[in-house]
Design a protein around this ligand. Sequence first.
Ligand code: CA
Ligand code: ZN
Length: 296
Amino acid sequence: MKRISKDTRVYSMSKDNKSVITVSPGESLIVETHDCFTGSLCSEEVPISEVPWEAINPATGPIYIEGAEPGDILVVSIERIEIGDHAVMATGPRLGVLGHKLTQEVTSILPIEGDEVVFNDRIRIPIRPMIGVIGTAPEGDAILCGTPGNHGGNMDCKEITAGTKLMLPVFHSGALLALGDVHAVMADGEVSVSGAEIGAEVEIRLDLIKGGMSDYPYPILESEDAIMVIDSKETLEEAIRSGVEKTVDLLVKDHEFHQEEALRFLSLAGDVRICQVVDPLMTIRIEIKKELLFKA
Ligand code: CA
Ligand code: ZN
């Protein structure tokens, strides 16, 4: 199986990035990823302010998918996420939702033991590895890997985990997929500004839906039992409004709903959930159980 090293990385997603590997649709590959600090927060003595801005949020890639053309959808099946032996977190003034109250920077190294993150002497948290940053080259100008958008990017959606399929729009030939910022575990919101940040090895399989983007120029995640429309906007309220609009649209196009009926359906069976509230744009997802839509 092909493999790309974490040393081939970018800090923004852009049509101008040179691809580091080419794969065919249907092919799987292994992507090594740095943690979101490019490994530079290596001890509790190093405060986050010492990490140069340029070293935050690397994404490994970009990967060129043979035959991917603007207007297609790239389907990324996440087959496996293997994480390292310790995670790192950082808090400090101006970071996260209580940044205005913090006076001191704290870096904490969290060992991974078995299937748990050792949070402290009292608390161990089960791991649930997920990918924070994953996206294609955006339509227009380059977008820093720390920012989410219709191309994907720093969505910090805890459901982007092994066993799910992420659909991303293809805006440029080859799609130019890049990914990184794996978390051993993260809660909805990511309120302190970081998850359990960790280096990883991610196995993905890449497929194309030719011409599928015209209906869905934004990320959609499919898990074993749910579909989720992911949206990012400047405020949570805008993200929710826009996400609901996209989901209503999807129900009308694919599932024979009328618009008003789709909205009522979402009011009963479409959970609006927060992905993160600490990145340059806020990210939400709207989750619908597949069994409600695909019952014969
Ligand atoms: Ca992130
Ligand atoms: Zn992260």
